[in-house]
Design a protein around this ligand. Sequence first.
Ligand code: BGC
Length: 455
Amino acid sequence: MKSNVLNKHIITTATIAAIAGLLFGFDTGIISGALLFLSASFKLTALTKGLVVSCLLLGALFGAALSGRIADYFGRKPVVITTAIVFTIGALGSTFAPNFVTLIISRIIIGVAIGIGSYTAPLYISEVAPVELRGSLVTLNQLMITIGILASYIVSLIFSTGGEWRLMFCVGIFPALLLGVGMFFLPESPRWLVMKQYSDKARQVLQKLRQSDDVSHELSAIEHSIPKSRPTLKDVFAPWARPVLFLGLGLSVLQQASGINAVIYYAPMIFKMSGFQGNVSSIMATVGVGIVNVIFTVISIWLVDKVGRRTLLLTGMVGLILCLLTLSDAFHHHQLAGQLKWITLASLLVYIACFAFSLGAMFWLLISEIFPLRIRSFAMGITVAANWASNILVSVSFLSLVKWLGTGNTFLLYAVFCMIGLVFCYRYIPETKGCSLEQLETNLLEGKRLAKIGA
Ligand code: BGC
């Protein structure tokens, strides 16, 4: 059989697993639309509104923290299938919630599923992907997140005329079912199979995924990188592993410190603050943000394995800083009042474009690549949990920051975080394009500098 890396098996496999990303985007995005109507149905106060938004994030934090262990123990495939079932239960619970407590419990359940899925899906994709396509295929997961966010904005718009928040939640059931059923037909990750000493099965899976009988080289590279014993917390914090953990955690916090979810969750409000009148124009502008997010994630998929991770990351971060400084300046100069809304719209559109092809896509990709196999699962779990914890901090503090510091200074603060991030990425981010996961691991163990482990 001839080797053909870009074949329908690998594309279908990655696309189905990436539906977990779609659920992530949809379920985090839908609350901004549903919240307006939930408030009326359940007579929510400011406090209980905050609870509805943050309980999902707390669930996700918990799910992500849990996921490293369970994906190693049970395998990537059963964990993603279970995640789909949990999603479905949570979505049904929120659709039919008879009272506020049921709604909160259901949102926590969805959060746990998002947390586990947000980690297991990119891990699975990176482990089935051939090296030439790994960047594009893992970034497919981020694309699905952005499509999920956009879908949630559109679904909110459609059902907002009748205030049907139950239908808004109900839509999430369909992709969850699709993920569960689709994943059932996919193979287990060959790397996990080797880890559990099912090398024959791993060979068959690789032959099918690569559409080639000649997979011995890849298989033996995987076999060599397999840990001899079960990883422990001590391994993750061992001196040789600390640099990559530092890299993953740094990127994770930075992604959120850029203020992305202040924009994703509060875009309609920011547009209103800048002078857009009425809900409809603000929501339309928000849909614009969602569309640009999707388009530039597609562009990053196309570019990532050509120009590389570092170039995209650094270019995007310079763009983020410029947009945030422009926004900050515009909100500081009230004399610009008439133009403020247009400056805000333009800056936020460019901001989201820059985020999409840099911190958005590259964070999920790099954390699925940089960790050696023996600690990959565990370390990714910790990194993703840190991402959710930072997400909670940024999204919960945004409104208070606007109140205490003013909108202009809040954007300035995010700009400062991005500047620190730019220096961090410039110094430490390796170019992993075209380097196999096993080679990255060897370079790290040989003590190469972080920025050079992809060389
Ligand atoms: C981030 C999310 C964010 C989304 C926006 C993801 O990479 O992890 O927190 O909402 O991008 O597209």
